[in-house]
Design a protein around this ligand. Structure first.
Ligand SMILES: [Zn+2]
Length: 391
């Protein structure tokens, strides 16, 4: 039997908010339609009525499920290079414990109204959890390799990891501008064009990354030294990392640029002027955790490039919750409207992951999940807002 859900507002994301709107959902979660409260089709129907705002399920555009066992391991505000050193030092662990932590993280995301995830992986350890999950995962298998001569080998190793995911949607991606050589970027560019999947790249998460690319100076030199990497071949580029790596890619290669904490207005304009197929992904709570700062989000919103939201991993976040990321965004940038940011949390992520025919909006024929946001104020969330899964 079909179910009918109503709240103070229904935000379909595909269109305007409907005050006291009603959503009709089939048993299998498929949306039938959205009605205004006075629609005659509703007469005699049992309607489950709530206070708050009904939205589609959330899409988490950036996570690392396989780091779930690292919750609370790394202290806050270390800065990126020391953070990465600690991830490398402490990520190994008992396989059973890692699997249990991933299962708990997957459950937490489901309870927090997340229906789809763009998830980075270095290994196939998350494959079994993903195969059993109610959440749709697209796995970006990360390739790292700063040494040009290792490009072919690193690419082949990542291809083998991707092969272990079986039916789960996967593609290869570059970890970050500072961890991937120009040669490896070129291989990944060809692969992204072939698969028509975005390269999901950690970008400008730290000002040290810009210092490395502009001047070949800063904390990353120490990072490479500690890892025993020889970067003699790397030359200062006199421009930021984003402008450097985009030059290695074809103009039409889709890119999901993650973090962008130190992306300058010039970088944003560069992307726009080149008409690049870039989608920005913000992970504000992870930025506060690692660097104690946030990207200047208002700088990004007047351009055609779309915005998505990610949680990053439990190594740099206390929870995997898109609503918590939205709260941080609205707390720091109070001029933003939920009617805009809800697109970042739903349809834009679905589009970049290639699943917008199923997720991201409340439109008939889709089964995008149904969230209730409580303790709202009109069409705004408040610090007290919680998310409840209705479907
Ligand atoms: Zn990440």
């Amino acid at each position: 039997m079909n179910a009918f859900f109503s709240a103070d507002y229904v935000l379909p994301v595909s269109g305007d908010a409907v005050k006291n709107g009603v959503v009709e959902i089939m048993d299998n979660g498929t949306v039938v339609d959205i009605y205004a409260p006075d629609n005659p089709k509703l007469s005699g129907q049992a309607i489950e009525t709530h206070k708050g705002i009904i939205t589609p399920g959330f899409v988490n555009a950036h996570c690392h499920l396989e780091l779930s066992h690292m919750k609370g391991v790394i202290p806050k505000n270390t800065g990126l290079a020391p953070f990465l050193q600690q991830v490398i030092a402490f990520r190994a662990g008992d396989e059973q414990k890692i699997k249990q932590a991933m299962q708990a993280a997957d459950k937490q995301m489901h309870e927090n109204g997340i229906v789809a995830v763009g998830d980075h992986a270095n290994t196939a350890i998350s494959a079994a959890v993903k195969a059993e999950s109610n959440i749709h995962y697209h796995t970006f298998v990360e390739v790292l390799g700063f040494e040009p001569q290792l490009a072919d080998q690193k690419f082949a190793e990542a291809t083998a990891v991707a092969g272990q995911f079986g039916d789960i949607s996967t593609s290869l991606t570059a970890h970050a501008p500072y961890s991937v050589s120009k040669e490896l970027f070129k291989l990944l560019n060809e692969e992204a064009l072939r698969q028509q999947k975005p390269l999901s790249i950690h970008n400008q998460e730290s000002e040290e990354e810009n210092k490395l690319f502009r001047y070949k100076s800063g904390q990353f030199l120490n990072f490479y030294r500690t890892l025993g990497k020889d970067i003699t071949d790397f030359k200062a580029q006199a421009r930021n990392s984003l402008q450097t790596f985009l030059a290695y890619l074809s103009p039409s290669t889709p890119v999901l640029s993650v973090h962008n904490t130190y992306t300058s207005p010039k970088d944003i304009f560069f992307v726009e002027r080149q008409g690049r197929d870039v989608t920005w992904c913000f992970c504000p709570n992870a930025n506060l955790y690692i660097e104690g700062t946030l990207p200047r989000i208002p700088n990004f919103i007047h351009y055609p490039q779309k915005i998505t939201i990610g949680t990053d991993s439990l190594a740099s976040n206390d929870r995997l919750c898109i609503l918590s990321e939205l709260k941080t965004i609205h707390e720091h940038f109070p001029d933003l409207q939920l009617t805009e940011t809800i697109k970042w949390a739903t349809i834009n992520g679905a589009q970049v992951l290639g699943i917008a025919d199923h997720y991201g909006t409340l439109e008939s024929g889709k089964a995008p999940g149904l969230n209730l946001l409580t303790n709202t104020n009109g069409l705004a969330i408040t610090p007290e807002t919680t998310v409840v899964r209705l479907v």
